[in-house]
Structures are given as C-alpha cells and as structure tokens.
Design a protein around this ligand. Structure first.
Ligand SMILES: Nc1ncnc2c1ncn2[C@@H]1O[C@H](COP(=O)(O)OP(=O)(O)OP(=O)(O)O)[C@@H](O)[C@H]1O
Length: 284
C-alpha cells in the first residue's frame, strides 16, 4: 500500500521562474528502497524536501496537486511531527550538524531529547548507533571540528537514532571515500532489512543497482522513468535523459546491438557474471 503519494504535484520556489517539480505523479510503498536519480537541477532534492515537509512549510513557494503522507496532506502536517515519522539526511552534513552541541554524543542525542526519550534509553540508543556507524572514537569530539566524512556519519547516526520508519537520504556518500561509501550502503541495507522505507538520492549508480528495489528518474522537474530497478536501469535511453546506467548494463546492451546478447541485460556485476557464464556455457 502506498505510504507517500504525489498526484499531479507542481512546485515553484519563491521568486523562481521555473518549476522545480512539474506534474509529478509518484507513489512510495512502505518497506521498499527507492533510488532517485537524474541530472543536476532535475528536482531530486526538492522531491526530498517535499516528502520531509520542508516544501512548502520551510521554503514557502507555490505548491499544487496533492502530496499525501501516511494519509494526510503534507500541507496539514506539522513539520516537527513529520520529522519523527520521516528522517532526513541532508546532502550537506555541514547543514545538518546543529552547531550548538559540544560533543558528538550530545549532537546525536539532540533529536532524542526533543522527542522526550528517557535518559537511559537515550544513552543506549546513541551508543548503539555509534557502534553501527563505527564512530565510537568520535563520541567525545567536537562535531564542529570534524572532517566532511566524519560529519556525514554523525548526521546519519543522529537520524538513525530517531528510529523513524521512513528515511529520506540525499546524496549521503558525496563526502565519503569508497570505504565510507560501502559502509553507508551496508547501513542502508540493514535499515531495509528492518523494514524501513528508504528514499535515496545517489549518483553512484552501480551501488544503487545493487540495493534499490525501485528507481525514479527525474529530468527537468518531471518524472522521466519509474519502475523496478532491473527494468529501469537496463534501459540505455536513460543516458539521453541525463541519467546514468550501470557499466554492466551498458556492456549488456552493446553486446545485444552486436547480436551477441546475454539472456537478459544485467544491472549488477554479480548478475553480469552469471549471465556471461550462462552464455559461455550455452556455446560449449
Ligand atoms: N531554495 C531554492 N530557491 C530557488 N530555487 C531553487 C532552490 N533550490 C533549488 N532550486 C531550483 O530548483 C530546481 C531543482 O533543484 P534541486 O536542488 O531539487 O535539483 P537536484 O536534482 O537535487 O540537483 P543536484 O543534483 O544538483 O543536487 C533547480 O532549478 C534549482 O536551481
């Protein structure tokens, strides 16, 4: 059943001449992992802002159409209340860190304090997420003196500690090295296994292909493609719409063009190896 539904949604930021979202119809189901992709300025962050209630409550602007979150129109949601339902990891961790707390522990506990979580439970939750995100060694550090990658992990920890059912995550790996990126995807997979709904904006298409159930492609404020990851990410015409496809899918469609196609176009490395082995096995 759809948890978040957008029906003919159009949105313009205040004073903007062009739409940031235009006639968007989308539906997000509980427990699924959605990858949101598209070229710069396509509207991905705006979509996240809408689902988190920052559009229209914080940004203002003109919003038309219907955005229903858990049965209630976004215009009627109180943003604090929505924040407990939907956790938001921002694109820029410098925006997310409050700047008012002196230790990482306090920074992660801040949201829990606001929720009125009892102290013992709060301490237990903070320690648990610090272990999960491998930031125990940062717990006493000043969050304002951390590197971009460290701040990103702290921002992530603060949101996971809130234990919301839905997480909206905007390019969480942009400040991270490959090891940190792999850690973040492992955490997102864990959240998915816990039944959380995840909306992830991410440019690292090969990783999205491995983890996402569904893909939404935005182009110039509109939805260009949407559907199961396997279906959407094997489509080479995505490239003409400013989105990427996985390297192995590109290889698969080139082989198909040359008449030496695989049984299906793979989107992950594992899938590609299996399809190539099957093809070679069939020839011998
Ligand atoms: N606060 C704002 N005020 C006015 N216009 C904005 C604001 N934020 C974004 N926009 C405009 O809205 C459109 C969509 O921007 P958005 O940030 O949602 O795109 P995006 O797909 O997330 O891009 P990127 O990949 O670069 O982060 C762009 O034309 C952008 O210039």
């Amino acid at each position: 059943m759809s948890f978040i539904t957008l029906q003919d949604v159009s949105y313009k930021y205040p004073l903007a001449k062009t739409f940031a979202l235009k006639h968007v119809d989308l539906s997000f189901e509980k427990g699924k992992f959605y990858g949101i992709i598209g070229q710069n300025g396509a509207g991905k962050t705006t979509l996240c802002n809408l689902v988190r209630g920052l559009v229209p409550h914080f940004y203002g602007g003109s919003l038309t159409g219907k955005t229903i979150i858990d049965g209630t129109d976004v215009k009627k949601w109180d943003t604090d209340q929505l924040a407990t339902q939907i956790g938001y990891v921002f694109q820029n961790p410098f925006t997310q860190i409050s700047g008012v707390k002196e230790t990482v522990f306090e920074e992660i506990a801040l949201g829990l304090e606001n929720l009125g979580i009892p102290k013992d439970e709060m301490i237990e939750r903070v320690i648990r997420v610090c272990k999960l995100l491998k930031i125990e060694d940062l717990i006493k550090r000043d969050p304002n003196a951390l590197s971009g990658g460290q701040r990103q992990r702290v921002a992530f920890a603060a949101i996971i500690a809130m234990d919301s059912d839905t997480l909206v995550i905007d390019e969480p790996t942009s400040q991270l090295d490959p090891e940190g990126t792999a850690d973040v995807f492992a955490i997102i997979q864990l959240l998915k296994e816990q039944g959380k709904t995840v909306l992830l904006v991410e440019h690292k298409i090969d990783l999205l292909a491995e983890y996402a159930d569904e893909i939404v492609v935005l182009e110039k404020a509109q939805v260009a493609f949407q559907g199961p990851a396997q279906e959407v990410l094997q489509n080479p015409t995505l490239l003409e719409h400013g989105a990427q496809i996985p390297q192995v899918a590109l290889l698969g469609s080139k082989l198909k063009e040359k008449g030496i196609g695989l049984a299906h176009i793979p989107i992950t490395q594992k899938d590609a190896i299996a399809a190539i082995e099957e093809r070679l096995g069939g020839e011998s």
